[in-house]
Design a protein around this ligand. Structure first.
Ligand code: GLU
Length: 553
């Protein structure tokens, strides 16, 4: 039996050769420098923020070079796949505007002419490539049972050798064709291993787009390429898919960095062009002074669903991810206010090449605060309503019942050059404006934050004087303020802060103290947005009712 027949015996039923596939999936016709890259998750769970980061960065590089960004599903570990895993991944990424040019669109649909894009649908492609290796004496079947592999490992431990299937430990590497045929015909189970041409003592040097020049030992392991279930290992699928899908840049987590010698070896064994590699450091968390990997188990912010639940706008999350990707992004944004994220030229060289980039939720919330402050009142109204519809039905009802009023509330100190930045996420908002809705005001425990003026009698005096002598709902802002000053003078409080500072002993207090009594009486809070606007929105009945309430405590 020759090697070609042996390959047929080991991987039967394959009709296409690798030349056929070369023709089916020709080089892409793109601009010079266009980046073709992919996001290639295993459908084993929901994406975490690190996955989103990776997908975002990959999409950005493809976009900025007029390249292609595609979604490939790596489901070769069928035992670990979860139900509806593909749909869940697509939805989670869609929520953050991660859009693919081609690849998997849904569990049953794909787009693009380089598919199938789901690995479990590509078995015959992998087999065809594995057959090529067998025919050329670059791969072989391995019949070792797990007990035999255990024995090998024990021996290696005993002699303090490197663990793995290589060199003289690779027993099946040396089987003759006749012996292989005999064992196959006997019904013995086998997998396919690479016949590695590498030597561990040789240095392998390559240039990672992010980490720079790397030096690792050459691969000498006879790694598995086709598993016992007939599906390929990650290494082999990476070779076949990234070659045939014409990936130019493999952007992936740096847990794969040490496998580059294997991957490069595979590409070279086929005489294929090796793609460029860009290995991303993991996102880290500062845990009381020590940095550790962000963990879905320990850190709620590691799950992408967290942002959805908290109501942190996707735009803010993406802006933050851009600041982690390239440290000059923030400055660029400051100096290019008329541009959008799409105009930013991301660079691999400016990415974190060390052990990891710090993920700082506080900073993200700050970006979010900034972002939300710039939205129009009706835009934020719609967004909050949308969020509340899913997460806070009580608030949703109020927002719908009092639509105009709610928009007016959101418009306090908004739509101006320096808008107020008090909301960091949608779930923050109700806690800050509940006093504007009677339904919430009535049911809340009221902790009046009176500060300088705390005597009941003086509070009542201020409220009565104000409502009887100065209050008029129709006053404009200036008149309202002048009246507040007049009242201050009348009651013995300084209406002019400078005068007060020069001679505090001449006054009972100052204008801020008395306006604060009104503020607290209406809202219970000593810090609120603009009091004049709050009063306008509350209206006379509400104001009177709330003053009465305070007088009667
Ligand atoms: N399925 C692999 C993973 O989730 C993909 C790595 C890659 O992008 O090549 O780690």
């Amino acid at each position: 039996m020759n090697r070609k027949e042996l390959a047929d015996l080991l991987l039967p039923g394959i009709t296409k050769t690798i030349e056929d596939y070369e023709k089916m999936y020709p080089e892409r016709n793109l601009d010079e420098g266009a980046i073709v890259t992919r996001y290639a998750p295993s459908p084993t769970g929901l994406p975490h923020i690190g996955n989103l980061f990776q997908a975002f960065v990959s999409m950005h590089f493809a976009k900025q070079t007029n390249g292609v960004f595609y979604l490939r599903i790596e489901d070769t570990d069928q035992k670990r796949s979860i139900e509806n895993g593909i749909e869940k991944i697509i939805k989670a990424l869609n929520d953050f505007e991660i859009k693919f040019d081609e690849g998997v669109i849904s569990e049953t649909n794909e787009e693009g002419s380089y598919g199938p894009y789901i690995q479990s649908h590509r078995k015959e492609v992998y087999w065809s490539f594995a057959k090529y290796l067998i025919e050329n004496d670059m791969a072989y079947p391995c019949f070792c049972s797990s007990e035999q592999l255990d024995e090998i490992r024990q021996k290696q431990e005993k002699y303090k050798s490197r663990i793995g299937y290589y060199g003289r430990y690779a027993t099946c590497r040396h089987l003759s064709i006749d012996e292989i045929v005999k064992r196959v015909k006997n019904g013995e189970k086998y997998i396919i291993r690479l016949k590695s041409p590498g030597k561990f003592d040789n240095k392998f040097v390559f240039n990672d787009c992010i980490k720079g020049k790397m030096e690792l030992p050459e691969n000498d392991m006879d790694i598995i390429i086709i598993k016992s279930d007939g599906l390929p290992t990650y290494h082999f699928a990476h070779l076949v898919d990234d070659h045939l899908m014409r990936t130019t840049h493999v952007i992936r987590g740096d847990e794969w960095l040490s496998s580059v010698p294997i991957h490069t070896q595979l590409f070279r064994m086929f005489n294929f062009k090796v793609p460029k590699y860009a290995h991303l450091a993991p996102l880290l968390k500062d845990d009381n002074g020590t940095k550790r990997k962000l963990s879905k188990r320990k850190d709620p912010e590691a799950s992408v669903s967290y942002y959805h639940e908290q109501g942190i706008p996707k735009e803010a999350v993406i802006l933050y991810l851009a600041t982690i990707a390239n440290s000059n992004f923030e400055e660029w944004m400051e100096t290019n206010k008329d541009k959008t994220l799409d105009d930013f030229k991301m660079e691999f060289k400016k990415m974190n090449s060390a052990s990891g980039a710090l993920f700082d939720l506080e900073k993200l919330l700050n970006i979010s605060r900034n972002y939300l402050s710039k939205l129009s009142a009706s835009d934020i109204y719609n967004r909050v309503l949308n969020w509340a519809n899913e997460f806070d039905l009580e608030f949703k009802e109020l927002l719908e019942k009092y639509k105009e009023k709610s928009i007016a509330i959101f418009n306090i100190e908004r739509e101006q050059a320096k808008p107020r930045k008090d909301y960091s996420c949608y779930s923050d908002i109700k806690n800050q404006i509940w006093y504007m809705y009677d339904e919430l005001f009535e049911k809340m425990d009221k902790n009046y934050e009176f500060q300088k003026i705390v005597e009941k009698q003086e509070i009542v005096n201020i409220l009565d004087t104000y409502i009887n002598e100065y209050y008029d709902i129709n006053d404009d802002n200036e008149t309202w303020f002048n009246k507040m000053k007049q009242m201050a003078d009348k009651l013995g409080y300084a209406s002019n802060m400078k005068e007060y500072k020069n001679n505090p002993e001449n006054f009972k207090g100052n204008i801020a103290d008395i306006s604060n009594v009104i503020r607290v009486a209406l809202t219970t809070k000593s810090m609120t947005p603009d009091l004049y606007q709050i009063m306008k929105i509350l209206g006379t009945d509400n104001i009177k009712e709330r003053f009465e309430l305070v007088k009667n405590i």
